[in-house]
Design a protein around this ligand. Structure first.
Ligand SMILES: C[S@@+](CC[C@H](N)C(=O)[O-])C[C@H]1O[C@@H](n2cnc3c(N)ncnc32)[C@H](O)[C@@H]1O
Length: 322
């Protein structure tokens, strides 16, 4: 991270009087042009962060270097990025610590990569694996722009996680595996081999169907603890005089997170004391899986015929006596 007065090559976030943000790079001889005047970048060079500058038409801008959370939302994207609120949850709940040995896939645009690098620090190691060469190139550009060059803890490999991971890591040598991809369950075996006992596996998925598949496959694998899943919703607040209330708009959905931990080899996952609710796993009574979903199979409580008859009577619609 750069500190001190603005220099050529810095990314700077300009906020106008209406709160609109523009992120610019201080390129020599260039300027920030708008329909109301322009601001030569040379006027920013040498000023401290938090300065207010005026363009040629007198429009004022507050100038700051973007925070990581600002940067990921304004940087060029190939794939969708993990939002700052989810990156914060991943770092916190997967316990990504300074010095940790972490595997990440896929890399996409590199947004989550930057939070992971911040958390492991220079003494840690983050090996990021991305199967698309073009996305990997975008991620490298974003990460190196943000850190002002190559990060000492970062290695980026191109390929499929299941192929690359066994080649780049010895068994049981990794503290954390972080997956953001369409089908994370396809990599549970490779992740279990790489993770040290007690290591954390965390995956970010966008839909409930992915979450369900992942949870069941984690249980079926046998080398992981009982999975935990959650989502986070962040509601901003409007602060103006007495009008202190939640913002009217918010991001309603980004994704779900699931964590589990690697058991020691040869240990059976403890038997769950709580039995799954009746019908949570659809079968035809002989144990064979059923194709169709019913209300009970989705965990809804079955309503007895007796109750339905009573409710019908209560609303004056009782069945006829015959
Ligand atoms: C949603 S993007 C990741 C975004 C990234 N976390 C970020 O914050 O910018 C998912 C990425 O996973 C990659 N991917 C999917 N399956 C993969 C696999 N098996 N191995 C490696 N990369 C994979 C895709 O090419 C894609 O770039």
């Amino acid at each position: 991270m750069r500190r001190g007065p603005f220099r050529e090559g810095d990314r700077v976030q300009l906020t106008d009087q209406r709160g609109r943000l523009s992120t610019v790079t201080l390129t020599s001889g260039d300027a920030f042009h708008t329909h109301r005047g322009y601001l030569p970048y040379a006027e920013l060079v040498g000023l401290p962060e938090g300065s207010v500058v005026r363009n040629t038409a007198g429009v004022e801008y507050l100038a700051l270097r973007p925070l990581l959370s600002d940067y990921v939302l304004s940087m060029p994207r190939g794939a969708a990025v993990v939002y700052p609120k989810d990156a914060a949850q991943i770092v916190g709940m997967a316990d990504i610590f300074p010095g940790a040995r972490v595997i990440e896939a896929g890399v996409g645009s590199g947004a989550l990569t930057m939070s992971l690098l911040r958390a492991v620090g220079d003494a840690g190691s983050l090996h990021s694996i991305e199967r698309r060469e073009d996305f990997a190139a975008i991620a490298r550009g974003n990460v190196e722009t943000f850190f002002g060059g190559a990060h000492p803890a970062w290695t980026l490999s191109i390929g499929d996680l299941a192929d690359v991971l066994p080649v780049v890591t010895a068994p049981a040598s990794v503290d954390r595996v972080v997956l953001d991809m369409l089908a994370p369950w396809e990599n549970l075996d490779a992740a279990a081999t790489a993770l040290a006992p007690g290591g954390v596996f965390i995956a970010y998925v966008a839909t409930t169907t992915q979450l369900s598949r992942l949870a069941e496959d984690v249980r079926a694998d046998g080398r992981y603890t009982e999975p935990q899943a959650w989502e986070s919703m962040v509601r901003g607040w409007h602060l103006e005089g007495l009008a202190v209330r939640p913002e009217h708009r918010m991001i309603g959905h980004t994704g779900f997170l699931l964590t589990t931990r690697r058991l020691a080899d040869g240990v059976d996952a403890p038997v769950r004391r709580r039995r799954p609710s009746k019908g949570a796993y659809p079968t035809d009574g002989t144990g064979a899986p059923l194709g169709e979903w019913t209300a009970e199979e989705l965990g809804e409580r079955a309503v007895s015929d007796k109750k339905v008859r009573r409710v019908r009577r209560d609303v004056g619609q009782g069945p006829s006596a015959d």
